[in-house]
Design a binder for this molecule. Structure first.
Ligand code: AMP
Length: 283
């Protein structure tokens, strides 16, 4: 496994590899790897001859400096894991290598970034747009793998690639969960074991929504019921709970159920912000 930090070097290596007929899969991460990340890596290995995993904690997508500083960075442990998985190249640039100058130009995701993560984490998606654009340009992958855990990110990046004509295919993969239903996340490390138990309630709320919508309840009624469910556990502090049209995140009439519908939540447990979602309808 090669570990490369220079963007120029990785471009050179991969241009040559592509010339020699290799296909390239990219899995962008911020490290602190878990089974969720590994599921993306395994799919990339299945579908490409070379798999590149990027590890870069991107300052520009954090709206909270404390969150950025506290973000786990177990680099050696990550490398061991990636080497065991048979990853070909780890791309882990320093901040100066990634951003030799403070960027002046940004990606504007328009209305798609006005809700949920975009609304509560000001500037988050501008940071994501910036780093994804740079990674796609440095690596030029045939396929790029994202988890549906960050559903809004997946939808925005898919649209970025389409609207800006990047020549990569965005592949979205299902959420990996702990046995108790908690969506795997690097942030779970910061929860106590009691916190992890409490946080398992997040998924139960989402499944409640799935049951209600499947039985023909309206979105309005379902929303009230799920909010009431979360309120029963005072340690679950809901930041947002949104039903979204996953076609383009556009608004829909209050009482009609769109063809592609998901429920997305951000909930604080022990001061840690966790996000999760579940598809309620997919055509
Ligand atoms: P992160 O390191 O948190 O930026 O995540 C890197 C990639 O892994 C993103 O595409 C995430 O959506 C994906 N990911 C994170 N957690 C999970 C999970 N539990 N299941 C599937 N994919 C995940």
């Amino acid at each position: 496994m090669q570990v490369v930090s220079s963007p120029q070097l990785i471009s050179e290596i991969l241009v040559l590899a592509q010339k020699n007929g290799n296909s390239i899969g990219l899995v962008p991460t911020m490290g602190a790897l878990h089974e969720g990340h590994l599921s993306l890596i395994r799919k990339s290995k299945e579908q490409n001859s070379i798999t590149v995993v990027s590890i870069f904690v991107n300052r520009f997508q954090f709206n909270d400096l404390e969150d950025f500083n506290n973000y786990p960075r177990p680099f050696e442990q990550d490398q061991e894991l990636l080497s065991k998985e048979g990853v070909d190249i780890v791309f882990s640039p320093s901040e100066d290598e990634m951003y030799p100058e403070t960027p002046l130009v940004g990606v504007n995701f328009g209305i798609m970034a006005e809700t949920m993560e975009g609304k509560f984490r000001s500037g988050h998606f501008e940071g994501v747009g910036l780093v994804v654009t740079k990674l796609l340009n440095h690596i030029r992958p045939d396929k790029t793998y994202f988890g549906m855990k960050d559903l809004q990110q997946f939808l925005l990046v898919s649209r970025l690639v389409k609207d800006f004509s990047f020549s990569t295919e965005i592949v979205g993969l299902p959420i990996k969960r702990e046995e108790n239903g908690l969506a795997m996340s690097s942030r779970n490390e910061r929860l106590s074991s009691h916190g992890k138990d409490l946080a398992s309630g997040i998924f139960r709320g989402l499944k409640l929504a799935l049951g209600k919508i499947s039985n023909g309840s309206s979105i309005r009624e379902t929303k009230l019921e799920v909010l009431a469910f979360y309120k029963e556990t005072k340690e679950l502090e809901v930041e947002y709970l949104e039903f979204v049209n996953t076609n383009d995140l556009s608004a829909y009439p209050e009482d009609s159920v769109p063809k592609k519908l998901a429920i997305c939540v951000a909930i604080y447990v022990e001061g840690i912000r966790l996000i999760d979602n579940i598809y309620l309808r997919q055509d």
